[in-house]
Design a protein. Sequence first.
Length: 505
Amino acid sequence: MSVVPGVSRDLDERPEAPEPVLLAGARLPGAADPVDLHLEGGRIAAIAPAGGADAPGARRIELDGRYVVPGLHDRHVHLSQWAMVSRRLELSGATSAAEVAELVAASVAEGATEVAGFGYRDGLWADAPSTALLDAVAGEAPVVLVAADLHACWLNSAAARRHGVTLPDDGVLREDACFALVRELDDVADELLDGWVADAADRAAARGVVGVVDYEMRWNRDDWARRAAGGFPLRVAFGIYPQHLERAIELGLRTGDEVAGTGGLVTVGGAKVITDGSLNTRTAWCFDPYPGLAGHEHPYGLATVPYDELVPHLRRAHEHGITPAVHAIGDRANARVLDAFEAVGCTGSIEHAQLLRHDDVARFARLGIIASVQPEHAMDDRDVADRYWAGRTERAFMLAELAAAGVELALGSDAPVAPLDPWIAISAAVGRTRDGRAPWHPEQAIEARAALAASTNGAGAEVRVGGAADLAVVELDPFAATSDELRTMPVAATLVAGAFTHRAL
């Protein structure tokens, strides 16, 4: 295991090979007696009863009974977009198109010559987005508002002219047209974007995060090689989209390979392909039509990749050692993607897996497909699901049923759709509730041990001798904490390969 070449900017400079460390007086989740953990060479060299570890020359750090767990991974993020969110107009609290327009008007009145916003959710609005509504409040100031699910963008006429796009009547670009525009918005100078990403990574490290899987829609290998060479506090596996697959094959990239010059921090991830839309945009591909979309061009949602293109794409990636990671949200999309995995005869992951048929849960298990899920989406989308997936929500976000069938769960956030904070995902998986509301389909909740294990990239729920010294030190026993306590879990320290990337001890 390689070591971290650098650390967060709020910490002292440290050598590339961290010195041996003794974490003294720690506790492990579910255990009463304190232990000492000896970290050396980027791994856990020993775990012994408190006072019993033999670690000559190790720097001793007193944990005073705090709990040590494997470091957390977010298995689905868009890190550049997450880094940009705090620099865009916040729209998540808006409950109508008119309220969004008021926020845009206020921004223009304060002197903004263009407005980039993020986070609106229109699935339950009584009114609807329109170009005219934004034109009336923004005039010639270009306005681009990205929906919280990243699958739709609402523009005014000035923005449409600037970006050279033709708008539908409601001014909303969906799916591929939206993705293309978002890529333009993300085209920021490397130095500026790297600084924003570094800040976001430090915030993640402060929540116990040691690694992410990044699914930005760009050629990410060079970005991450550059960032890791300059010092970075996280491990990153980068996804490869269809437009970049041939380039990756020509370079001989294979899932799991380390990128040279990154000290093992950056590895090749999976071959990402998006096969349907999202619930909030009503484009997730389902067997049943969406209420209110009768006569619509796509009343069942949208299949964005035909099956006869999906199968050869997955096969080509698999044959060249790049594991497929396939976006599917609606039950029809998930069934079709499982068909494709079976036709190719390979494993991989389905990203999101929000609405499933019960029979397809067993197929996940039989085919060995990972369910890469984002539990906080269930909290964000419960009311939208109750409206648009009425009568089917017992099949939505089926974490317990997937786990009981033996399916491997991988928890994530899809940041910026939900915050890059695995404790929020763990809380949602365990409690199925937020903001004091009654739990939503609590029969699909999973235990904290299972949720933690699904958040450590295969390291399990407990630290073990010989394992990587990627660790989080927390104030509460995660196995005994309530879902509210899990959501706000205090993190005292984070280490990657035995080097501190966050420390508040």
